[in-house]
Design a protein around this ligand. Structure first.
Ligand SMILES: *[C@@H]1O[C@H](CO)[C@@H](O)[C@H](O)[C@H]1NC(C)=O
Ligand SMILES: *[C@@H]1O[C@H](CO)[C@@H](O)[C@H](O)[C@H]1NC(C)=O
Ligand SMILES: *[C@@H]1O[C@H](CO)[C@@H](O)[C@H](O)[C@H]1NC(C)=O
Length: 462
């Protein structure tokens, strides 16, 4: 946790503050861009009929990304996969701002299918304001060709504050449900995909990457996004059916109850949302505080991933969430996860890293709603079906997860007082920085759009 917090802070800094030279040093030191995109990577051949499949990989420490191609001939981009976002954007070769460095750039002049427009757009994403022109071109996503897909061709980008989280991906591929206040004339990627006529069914499925996380050095690549079908061998009939509860930008379901051991809360008028960019299960404050006092952690100090001793998983109670009229129970091997602490210099405590640590992926929310980030979601294969207004879940690997890990070596780390103090400071600092970035992003992307005028929510037309 300690080192990881430091890494988070370092990564945060490198993304927003460091000069280019420092940034390069940072990249070399941490090997952050372990898998740089090969611009020459072959795009998938265009298929007439689905399903269309593409790998999902870890990106930017706690996000996920897919590779898509834009233009003719195709140019490759690594896109953040975001279930709470709609507008496709990628940087243009014209963007010479520092924020655009270390990203792939779209060269409109090299594409024969590019359609320019005179409409400009400004939007904010993960602490960065992007502006440019709305353009259209052919999007190739997993072999599905979407002709004339609208996207923001970013000409300028600037950090909103001191920091941002625009690192390790070039743009965002949003799969939020279409929302009545969507930007006019800018259909989202999902709308383009659904309207292409190539899908057998207007659904998409997500299998998040599985296994131990090596967030910096070896992003997992074994996830899958499937357009137009359910995952292989998915038992639709016996899967968990959660009726959709619509809310702007959210794939939401009703939230009825939460239990952790003997702690139990019922909810009225509450919701749970799936999020592919939240590195935690975000729970209502009174509930999370009870949980944390039970597992002896002080959450005010540790974020985003509360460290717990791996062997504690054998004693921790089950976590049960009542959503969409169903009760889903996860044991401690499921609601916690394993992260590999990379090797590092001894900082005086004899700890040189290179071991596995356990994290309870929980965080405190501000209202009654629950956000289902990856620590919940990686336990399921999921199908998002807007037409039937339902989300389907099927548990993955539940038994094997527990078995595999029990047989692995558990390393107990003893931390000296001085280092603990550094950790407390660093973690609190890191959490403040990261949270403020994330909050900032929300305030600009229409998370609370109902009372806000459109231009405040997602950008301005000129
Ligand atoms: C894409 O837009 C261009 C320019 O408006 C148009 O000529 C072309 O027919 C469109 N292609 C498709 C497949 O709709
Ligand atoms: C639930 O929400 C509805 C609509 O906002 C409201 O009319 C109702 O009073 C709420 N119920 C409770 C118990 O808060
Ligand atoms: C948790 O942190 C807060 C804020 O620093 C502190 O006041 C409180 O005493 C801590 N509680 C425990 C149990 O360590």
């Amino acid at each position: 946790m300690i080192l990881f917090s430091i890494f988070l802070v370092a990564a945060t800094f490198a993304s927003g503050v460091a000069s280019p030279t420092q940034n390069e040093e940072f990249v070399q030191r941490t090997n952050y861009y372990k898998n740089p995109i090969e611009a020459s990577q072959t795009p998938p051949g265009i298929l007439d009929k689905g399903p269309f499949r593409l790998p999902i990989e870890d990106a930017a420490i706690f996000m996920y990304a897919v590779h898509v191609f834009m233009g003719t001939p195709p140019q490759i981009f690594k896109m953040a996969l975001d279930l709470q976002w709609n507008t496709l954007f990628i940087p243009s070769t014209d963007c010479e701002d520092y924020v655009c460095e270390h990203h792939m750039h779209f060269d409109a002049s090299a594409s024969s299918t590019y359609v320019p427009s005179r409409e400009s757009l400004e939007l904010a994403y993960e602490g960065v304001i992007f502006d440019g022109w709305i353009a259209q071109d052919t999007l190739n996503i997993g072999g599905l060709a979407v002709a004339n897909q609208s996207f923001l061709e970013v000409k300028h980008a600037r950090s909103i504050g001191f920091l941002n989280w625009y690192n390790d991906y070039d743009g965002a591929l949003g799969l939020a449900p279409p929302y009545t206040n969507n930007l006019p004339h800018v259909p989202s990627a999902w709308q383009g995909i659904a309207a292409s006529g190539a899908l057998n069914r207007k659904i998409f499925s997500i299998v998040l990457p599985q296994g131990k996380r090596y967030p910096l050095s070896e992003p997992r690549t074994n996830g899958e996004l499937i357009l137009g079908d359910v995952p292989d061998n998915f038992d639709e009939e016996n899967s968990i059916h959660l009726p959709l509860q619509f809310a702007p930008y959210h794939w939401g379901v009703s939230l009825e109850s939460l239990s952790f051991g003997d702690i139990h809360h019922n909810f009225v008028n509450a919701s749970a949302y799936f999020s592919s960019t939240t590195p935690a299960v975000v729970l209502p404050k009174p509930f999370i505080d009870e949980i944390l006092s039970k597992i002896n952690v002080n959450i005010t100090m540790l974020w985003p991933w509360v460290g717990i001793p791996c062997e504690a998983r054998d004693e921790l109670p089950d976590f049960t969430i009542g959503i969409g009229g169903q009760k889903i129970t996860l044991d401690a091997y499921q609601y916690t996860f394993v992260v590999h602490i990379p090797p590092h210099d001894d900082m005086g405590d004899g700890d040189t890293g290179d071991y596995d640590a356990c994290r309870a992926g929980v965080w405190r929310g501000e209202d009654n709603d629950v956000e289902l980030g990856f620590p919940f979601w990686e336990n399921f294969r999921t199908v998002f079906d807007l037409e039937e207004r339902v989300i389907l879940l099927e548990p993955v690997n539940m038994e094997s997860k527990r078995m595999e890990e029990r047989s692995s070596v558990v390393v107990v780390v003893v931390v000296g007082i001085a280092v603990s103090l550094i950790a407390l400071f660093t973690s609190a600092w890191g959490s403040w920085l990261i949270l403020s970035c994330i909050r900032k992003r929300r305030s600009h992307t229409g998370y609370e759009p109902v009372t806000e005028p459109l231009e405040r929510q997602i950008g301005n037309y000129v």
